[in-house]
Design a protein around this ligand. Structure first.
Ligand SMILES: *[C@@H]1O[C@H](CO)[C@@H](O)[C@H](O)[C@H]1NC(C)=O
Ligand SMILES: *[C@@H]1O[C@H](CO)[C@@H](O)[C@H](O)[C@H]1NC(C)=O
Length: 364
């Protein structure tokens, strides 16, 4: 059912290609970000704040064992790699253990923020950070690794010209942390210019290092996320979007961030006309799942988590997925939400397909 829907989109992308992979110009991917893209760094770093991702049911659908991905299976970055015929990216912290980085590296870390941890310590929010491996730490890892990828400028330019730099999603946690300890939308909105600046600074640093094609995702509709729907549950019907049951104010917040990010990327494009800076519209690529989950095969809706410890959205902070008191559903493919915070492989696959089909990135 879902499959027949996907084929036309992949076909659009690949119609000029004689092989089953898509644009052959790209041979590697370098990914930065948080749990939406982390393929194992957080787990390899100790994962003290979230040790359950070390075990099933995390990873149960595709890999059949836990890989450190915050899902039942593959993530958007995995599907992007697959579409370009590139192997799944090794996490940076696994390098040196016989892993090759010819096809790129994943620097993303679950829980990571765009702003440096000092910012949160300063706001007395530091103790709730899951990780200190913020975006600038990840960029530092990239710089450290670079000399083993290429040495001369010409070498590097040649190599990185054939690379996609996926810069995010990042920034979602900069907002999650303060929201979850009671920050108001107005207070958190004040962070948006800082977060956007951190992302665009990262993008320009990568361009200075030789990146040419950059894909910079915006934020998801967080008002549709089970954790937000649970924590900010409201008796007031008017707080919910009648088309999808999501919290309107938090979705408007995500769009506020996205609008600012898009504007900043447009400006960056003027500064670096040779670079291809693509805004990846995660928000609108995800929205159809929430508007019409059944048409994608999500028969249990898109708001209720597959794995959790009860409550109206099956998200219970005292019994999160993987903890005692929680259980996973029998059929993750009929859910869009995996653990209340992250989406299922099924949902990520559809979102990635929308993105790859060019309908939700600008410029296409
Ligand atoms: C982050 O750094 C602070 C200050 O150095 C340290 O106290 C804290 O334990 C670190 N947090 C994590 C999750 O590593
Ligand atoms: C949430 O989990 C706790 C701990 O397992 C449990 O006592 C509580 O009843 C659960 N709440 C809901 C709404 O299911």
């Amino acid at each position: 059912m879902r499959f027949s829907f996907l084929i036309p989109f992949l076909f659009i992308l690949c119609r000029f290609s004689t092989v089953s992979t898509c644009d052959k110009r790209y041979e590697s991917i370098f990914s930065f970000g948080d749990s939406l893209a982390d393929t194992g760094n957080f787990l390899l770093s100790g994962a003290l704040a979230f040790p359950v991702i070390r075990e099933l049911p995390y990873g149960e659908t595709f890999f059949r064992h836990a890989t450190g991905r915050c899902s039942d299976g593959r993530l958007i970055v995995d599907f992007i790699a697959k579409a370009f015929g590139i192997p799944y990216l090794p996490p940076y912290l696994s390098l040196g253990k016989g892993k090759s980085f010819r096809h790129g590296v994943n620097f993303a870390v679950a829980g990571a923020t765009a702003l440096d941890p000092e910012f949160f310590y300063h706001q007395k929010l530091g103790r709730i950070l899951w990780t200190n491996s913020s975006l600038s730490v990840q960029l530092g890892w990239f710089k450290k690794l670079k000399p083993s990828i290429c040495t001369t400028k010409k070498d590097c330019d040649n190599f990185f010209r054939k690379s996609i730099f996926l810069v995010g999603e990042i920034g979602g946690n900069d907002y999650n942390y303060p929201f979850f300890v009671g920050g108001s939308i107005k207070q958190v909105q004040a962070l948006v210019p800082l977060v956007v600046e951190a992302i665009t600074k990262a993008a320009s640093m990568l361009i200075e290092e030789g990146a040419v094609t950059l894909m910079v995702p915006g934020n998801f509709p967080i008002g549709c996320s089970a954790v937000y729907l649970t924590i900010f549950r409201s008796p007031n019907k008017a707080d919910y979007d009648e088309n999808n049951g999501c919290l309107k104010a938090f979705n408007a917040f995500a769009q506020y961030h996205n609008t600012h990010l898009k504007l900043a990327l447009d400006k960056l494009g003027l500064k670096y006309p040779h670079a291809k800076i693509i805004y990846a519209d995660y928000y609108n690529a995800a929205m159809p799942l929430f508007q019409a989950p059944r048409s994608f095969g999500f028969y249990n809706g898109a708001l209720r988590a597959c794995c959790g410890g009860g409550g109206p959205y099956n998200f219970n902070n005292s019994a999160r997925c993987g903890h005692i008191g929680s259980r996973a559903c029998n059929d993750p493919s009929s859910y869009a939400n995996w653990d209340g915070i992250h989406l299922t492989e099924g949902a990520y696959k559809i979102i990635a397909t929308f993105l790859i089909s060019n309908s939700f990135s600008s410029p296409p």
